[in-house]
Design a binder for this molecule. Structure first.
Ligand code: PAF
Length: 282
């Protein structure tokens, strides 16, 4: 696996590539990231991953400084997953000056759920991903980009960004990878204490039971949705969590569902000082 840091070296390393298959990450890689790399390999003529902890998508009180950085282990994992090229820009490579031009995602999709609790998060994500895309794909006829469904809203926002800017990129989603007990793999799971780690699966269990109840309601869901969600929030609070949302939404635009819509349940909740998110398509 070749490792490059500067845009110039990336361009050089990608000479002749026609269809890069690209997995952007912030590092601290787990099996979910590696599954995306495996999924990427047959989709392009070169498999590229990036590692960049993007300051723009962290709020001032969030964990930018303490976000886990595990460079050596990440390189070894990418190498063994068959990644061809790792782009690991320094901040000065990607943001040589203050980033004053930004990509503003559609508020109808990006200002709810994660965007409501982390204002500016999706602007930071879209801006860095647009910069990464322009670094990896510029001058090429096409490309493939892979994002995990664990960050469901992020995948939807980036997919719409690609569609609306008519970028010649196919966005592919990877299924959420889970630990044997059902906890969705996430870099932030490493913040959990032993007791919190044992409790953490209850976010996905809460989503599972919300999904079951939503399905059972079928056509009565629109009238009963808020009551179901309120009960799910209360149940999780009673276990010591501080939930931000547990909600049933329409899959494609994350709006409140009407009868007959394809559904996803999504949740975000804090356990101690760790904020976890998860979702389930139903
Ligand atoms: O999901 C992530 O790791 C990040 O949000 C991404 C897409 C790499 C942008 O920084």
């Amino acid at each position: 696996m070749k490792i490059v840091h500067s845009l110039a070296d990336l361009r050089q390393a990608l000479t002749g590539a026609q269809r890069p298959a690209f997995v952007p990450t912030m590092g601290n890689l787990h099996d979910g990231h590696l599954a995306l790399v495996n999924q990427a390999r047959p989709l392009g003529d070169v498999t590229v991953a990036s590692i960049f902890v993007n300051r723009l998508q962290f709020l001032p009180h969030e964990d930018f400084d303490s976000y886990p950085r595990t460079w050596e282990a990440d390189c070894a994992k990418l190498e063994s997953a068959g990644c061809d090229l790792l782009f690991a820009p320094r901040e000065s490579d990607l943001y040589p000056e203050a980033q004053t031009f930004k990509v503003q995602p559609d508020p109808a999709l990006a200002d709810l759920l994660e965007g409501a609790f982390r204002p500016g998060f999706f602007t930071g994500v879209c801006t860095v991903v647009m910069k990464l895309f322009s670094a990896v794909y510029a001058g090429r006829p096409e490309g493939v980009a892979l994002f995990g469904k664990k960050d469901y809203q992020q995948w939807r926002v980036l997919h719409r960004m690609v569609e609306q800017f008519a970028l010649p990129i196919t966005v592919v989603a990877g299924e959420t990878c889970r630990a044997p007990d059902g906890l969705a793999l996430s870099s932030r799971n490493g913040y959990l204490s032993e007791a919190e780690r044992a409790e953490a699966v209850h976010l996905s269990l809460a989503l599972r039971s919300l999904a079951r109840e939503a399905l059972a309601l079928a056509h009565a869901l629109p009238e009963r949705r808020e009551a179901l969600e309120a009960q799910a929030l209360a149940d999780l609070r009673a276990r010591g969590w501080q939930p931000d949302y547990l909600t049933v939404r329409r899959r494609h635009d994350l709006q409140v569902p009407q009868a007959g819509d394809a559904l996803v349940v999504l949740g975000a909740a804090r356990l101690g000082s760790t904020r976890l998110i998860d979702n389930l398509e139903i």
